[in-house]
Structures are given as C-alpha cells and as structure tokens.
Design a protein around this ligand. Structure first.
Ligand code: TPP
Length: 377
C-alpha cells in the first residue's frame, strides 16, 4: 500500500498547486494527509466536485501550476461540465490531475449505488478523452505513475486522471483533531430517532446519502415499522431535497419530510432557493449538521461556519430554526408539522456513528416500489 506522507511529498515535488475536492472513503487516508500537510490555503474541500475543477482551474490561471482534484467516482458527474467546457484542450486547455476513488469496481462487492458508476468509470474517461492510469499500490511505482501523469497533463494541456482502487493507501493518523462542538450532546442517530418519534406516522421521509439513511433504516427495522415511508437516497448526494420537493409538489395531500446532511445541502445549495419558493404547506426540510462529511471519514465541511437558517430565510423559507437539544428538536418538529409553513430545521449534532451500523437490506427497487405504494395509498 502507498505511504501517504511520501506520496503527498511527491505530489508537492511534482509542482502541483492547489488541492481541491470532495472526500471519499477510498481516499480517506490521503485526504486526511493532504488536510494535515498542505500549507494554509493550498487545500480546499469544495462544495462539489465540479466546483473543485473550477478551483483548480482558477489556481492554474493565477500560478501556472496544475491543481489536483480528488473525488469519489460518484462525483464524476458533477465534473463533466467544467471538464468538457472549461478545462478541455478544445476550450481553455487547463492541465490538472484528477484523483478518482473507484467505488463499484467490477468484481469487487460494493453498495448498489456504486455498481453502475463503477462499471462505466473508465469508459466515461475514454469518452471524454481524458488519459488515465490505475494507481499502483506500491509507493515508488505509484509516485512514478503520478509523475508521468502530471507530465502528460502539462504536455496535453488538459486533465489527466489517476484511478484509485480500494485499499490503495496505507492508514494515516490524522493530526487535526481539534473539534468545535459547541457543547453538542446528541449524535445524528439519536436526533433521527427523536424526529421519527415526533413526526406523524403517515409523513413520507426522503433522506440523504450516507449514514443518515442507514440509521433511518435501522430505526425502522428495530421497531418493526416497515420501510415503506422512507425513500433512502443512497446515491445522488445533494439532491434529496429536490426529490422531496418533487413528491410534495406532485402529491399535495402527502406531507413530506426531507432529512438532509450539511455536506449534501452545501453540495447543491442552489436548491434551497428553489425550495424556498414552495408554498404547498406539506414540506419540512431538516438538516442534520455535524460540520463533517461524516459518512466518508469525517473531513470537515463549512457547516459550522455558516448560518443555514439565515440562508434558508433569505431563500424564502417561511420559518427556520437551529436546535441542538432533544426537547428543542421535539418542539421544532411539532411546530413545523402543524404550522403549514415551509420550515427548515437545522439540528446541530456531534459527528460519529456506531461501528456496527448496518446497511439497508432492501434493494433500491424494493425501496422505490414500497415508497410509491405508500404515496399512492
Ligand atoms: C457526488 C458525490 N460526491 C461524494 C460522495 C461521497 N459521499 C457519500 S456520503 C458523503 C458525506 C455526506 O456528508 P453530509 O451530508 O454532511 O452527511 P454526514 O455523512 O455527515 O451524515 C460523501 C462525500 C457521493 N456519494 N456523491
């Protein structure tokens, strides 16, 4: 496996400027190393992967140094537009090194949301004309491959990609452990339990990518409540609020609650402006804000640096609050459920999850069918 510190030193020696990206569990170790080792301002955890391509492009314009953009292959979709209409050699021709975590690699068991993406990952690069190499797992060969790719990016004046398989990087002990917790006491899973206890049993839930959906699944399973009310958006990070709004707009008799994450809401924050105009009286938006991309390794988001309720109000939501305690959550959910006002509730929670947290045992199609039957009942 690759030693993260040596690899990071080699990246710097190769003349890379800015590091930008969205974290991935396969890249957890190298991302933690980049976070620790990069000088101030040389690393930005971006809102989404397309934004990371834009950041690397801007940095190249300012310095002439290529940037490195890291992502999970799920994030690849977010990059297609800026890769093809900004960085491509036929447009502004901007060199950069992409580091792509290969979830769903054919032959390796992975979650359903990664299967299709994994199958087409290399083909998509071929179609876009982006040269790539699969990163070897031995440190010296990996550095050599990376150096060749950076040289190729400079030569072709465009993006090149390094594909990272599972278990490529060695464990890296993160040094950045200082946590701002604002005296928080609840973790996401407990907050979810409180929401589900408080919310009317008929409300349809649309939940976000990552552990939140897994925790909802386990909550229902442990109480034998069935899973028909919950649409667990296992992929498509950042889009669950618009799925929820799509349901609410199209079925005004159905109350819908979106359970979102801070990383996810920041990824496609423009959707808040669209939801903010909705006045159907049947939509509640809850954001579980732990200031982290908790599901993929706990890399920081700007969730605790921004005022999400103020943003929601400015976007047109009729009510928006931030809460932290059990009682506040209960009161806020009760009020929002009966007010008929478009409400956003930010719940600030501690990062972290149970180590024995399971995964949905139903397939996405079973989830879809059960949810559709619930909505049409
Ligand atoms: C487009 C895209 N980029 C990256 C990922 C990988 N990913 C899955 S969950 C997650 C973190 C989500 O963070 P947040 O919404 O704050 O929820 P938390 O995990 O903290 O509960 C990331 C980055 C993904 N699934 N899709």
């Amino acid at each position: 496996m690759i030693d993260c510190i040596s690899f990071h030193q080699a990246l710097s020696a190769a003349g890379l400027g800015l590091y930008a990206g969205v974290p991935d569990s396969l890249l957890k170790e190298i991302c933690a190393c980049i976070t620790d080792q990069s000088p101030e301002g040389a690393h930005i955890i971006a809102a989404n992967e397309g934004a990371a391509v834009a950041l690397a492009s801007g940095s190249y314009l300012a310095t002439g140094k290529p940037g490195m953009v890291y992502m999970q292959n799920s994030g690849y979709g977010n990059t297609v537009n800026p890769l093809l209409s900004l960085a491509d050699p036929k447009v502004y021709s901007i060199p950069m090194l992409l580091m792509i975590g290969w979830r769903g690699e054919p032959g390796i068991k992975d979650e359903p949301q990664h299967v299709k993406q994994g199958e087409v990952t290399l083909e998509l690069l071929d179609v876009m004309g982006i040269p790539y190499e699969i990163l070897p797992t031995e440190t010296e060969s990996a550095i050599q491959t990376m150096n060749q790719l950076v040289a190729q990016a400079m030569e072709r004046h465009g993006p090149v990609a390094m594909i990272v398989r599972k278990n490529t990087f060695e464990k890296y002990e993160s040094k950045s452990s200082q946590e701002k917790t604002w005296d928080l006491t609840l973790r996401r899973e407990r907050a979810i339990g409180i929401i589900l206890e408080e919310i009317d049993a008929q409300v349809a839930i649309v939940s976000t990518t990552g552990m939140a959906s897994r925790e909802i699944f386990e909550y229902r399973a442990s109480r034998r409540q069935g899973h028909h009310r919950d649409f667990l958006t296992v992929g498509s990070m950042g889009h669950c609020s618009q799925i929820a709004m799509g349901v609410a707009v199209s079925n005004k008799g159905q109350h819908v609650c979106c359970i979102d994450g801070d990383g996810a809401v920041i990824m496609h924050m423009g959707s808040l402006a669209i939801t903010g105009q909705y006045r159907g009286g049947n939509l509640l938006h809850i954001i579980l804000n732990n200031g982290k991309h908790d599901s993929v390794g706990g890399q920081p988001t700007v969730g605790f640096e921004i005022d999400i309720p103020a943003i929601a109000l400015a976007c047109g939501y009729e009510d928006a609050v931030s809460v932290t305690s059990e009682q506040e959550i209960r009161d806020a959910v009760k009020k929002a459920s009966s007010s008929g006002q478009l409400t956003l509730i930010e719940i600030r929670v501690l990062p972290g999850a149970r180590s024995d947290l399971g995964r949905p045992s139903t397939t996405p199609i079973q989830n879809r069918d059960a949810f559709m039957s619930h909505l049409q009942d």
